[in-house]
Design a protein around this ligand. Structure first.
Ligand SMILES: Cc1cc2nc3c(=O)[nH]c(=O)nc-3n(C[C@H](O)[C@H](O)[C@H](O)COP(=O)(O)OP(=O)(O)OC[C@H]3O[C@@H](n4cnc5c(N)ncnc54)[C@H](O)[C@@H]3O)c2cc1C
Ligand code: SF4
Length: 393
């Protein structure tokens, strides 16, 4: 991806401080490309639309453009849209199929299956297993059971915002994953001996194409409306840069997912309930990383720097992160994990549960690269299973 002026500014500042910036891995295409499956796609136009939405050029490596057309060509794909799976049928040892409702007609169908791949995001993976009574539900009191265990999140571990008076950046342009990172304070890459937390975070600056209404950062103390607010909004529309941290989230015995005792969906199935809050570990991590973000931002020489290094109580409002993990975790021991390293369920050998639900904890990164890697791993396991059956080593 192209290095824009703000990315260069970040890289120069980070290098000056002795850190090691690198361009963010990206699923946006930097050039026109024909992949080994014969799918040709256009280069990214830097319109910034894909930070939240699909790409109309097909420049983002989304399964809609990279996987489904290839599967369709085999003649073996039967795609059933508007199908909401409400349960996995099983005989206690193996799945026998799934039940789904056509959400347009309301008609219910049962689809028999030799293999069921559950890939309905972290939350629905856990919910469907719990409502289908497949796998042992996690019990936080005894610490036993596995479905719902190890729920973790992404700690938005501090940030630094720089307001410029003399420089302007074209922040309305960008791409979903256009940016630069440092991992100098991620994982075990730094000395924790005097620190009160484990793990770390990836520090980054990104240019995702700011939307005009959602992105309206003004300096602290600016009134929230009126003439001064408008003036500051216009002044800083293209003159504000942010370095932020995506922090690791550790598993705790009292953080978990289970079925809500009260609320139900349109099909009468219980909603999923999240039991989670930030811990001192997360607060300490945020304090440290927020200060590091501030250090780099000051080196980028804005007129004013604001550092945010305090973590509030967890709340889903306002929006924080979509990076949820755990609940059907991978491991070597069926007593503490739900799936093996091929994402094959210990309790039902023909069910493969794919997604960040397999993460035993969340690391200092966005999850989807690893989710993609796990999907390949599961595919390998499914191929092997189809030949011989049984639990894979
Ligand atoms: C706004 C936003 C921005 C994000 N940005 C990033 C980012 O920059 N980097 C990153 O790494 N991650 C990012 N993520 C997270 C990323 O999208 C997820 O990690 C990833 O999509 C998970 O892949 P998945 O295949 O497990 O689940 P999904 O992509 O959610 O796919 C699950 C599919 O299952 C379907 N489904 C669910 N339940 C049922 C059911 N009962 N019956 C039938 N179908 C069902 C859903 O419709 C969906 O199509 C972002 C997420 C959001 C929402
Ligand atoms: S920025 Fe995103 S949506 Fe726009 S062309 Fe590039 S990949 Fe597509």
């Amino acid at each position: 991806m192209k290095k824009t002026p703000m990315i260069k500014l970040f890289e120069d500042a980070a290098k000056k401080l002795g850190y090691h910036p690198y361009m963010m891995p990206s699923a946006n295409l930097s050039d026109q490309y024909t992949n080994p499956d014969g799918i040709s796609r256009a280069a990214c136009q830097y319109c910034g639309y894909c930070e939240r939405f699909g790409c109309e050029y097909g420049a983002k490596a989304d399964p809609v453009v990279t996987v489904l057309p290839v599967a369709e060509k085999t003649g073996n794909l039967d795609l059933r849209v508007n199908a909401n799976v409400t349960g996995i049928r099983h005989d206690g040892k193996k799945a026998t199929g799934v039940v789904y409702v056509d959400t347009i007609t309301g008609e219910e169908f049962e689809q028999p299956a030799d293999i069921v791949v559950l890939a309905s995001f972290v939350f629905n993976n856990v919910r469907l297993l719990l409502t289908s009574k497949l796998g042992k539900p996690y019990d936080p009191a005894s610490g036993t059971g596995v479905i719902g265990r190890n729920y973790a999140y992404q700690v938005q571990a501090g940030k630094a915002t720089g307001f410029y008076d003399d420089k302007e950046f074209n922040l309305f342009m960008g791409a979903g994953a256009l940016g630069s990172n440092i991992d100098d304070f991620n994982g075990d890459n730094f000395d924790h001996s005097s620190l009160n937390f484990l793990h770390g975070a990836n520090l980054r600056i990104s240019q995702t194409g700011q939307r005009p209404i959602q992105n309206n950062t003004v300096p602290a103390g600016t009134p929230g409306w009126g003439k001064e607010f408008k003036k500051a909004s216009l002044q800083y529309a293209n003159r504000v840069l942010t370095i932020s941290a995506q922090g690791a989230s550790m598993p705790w015995r009292h953080h978990y997912l289970d079925l809500d005792p009260t609320y139900k969906d349109a099909f009468g199935l219980p909603l999923l309930r999240i039991t989670f809050d930030f811990e001192d570990q997360d607060r300490e991590l945020t304090k440290f990383l927020g200060q590091k973000a501030g250090e780099i931002m000051r080196e980028m020489k804005p007129a004013k720097t604001e550092v945010s290094a305090e973590l509030q109580k967890y709340s889903i409002v306002p929006y924080q992160s979509t990076h949820n993990t755990g609940g059907v975790v991978m491991g070597a021991d069926p007593g503490t994990s739900a799936v093996n390293s091929y994402l094959q369920m210990w309790d039902a050998e023909n069910v493969f549960v794919v997604g960040a639900s397999a993460f035993p904890h969340n690391s200092g990164y966005n999850p989807t690269g690893t989710v993609g890697a796990l999907a390949y791993r599961a595919a390998e396991g499914i191929q092997t299973y189809m030949k011989g059956g049984g639990l894979l080593a």
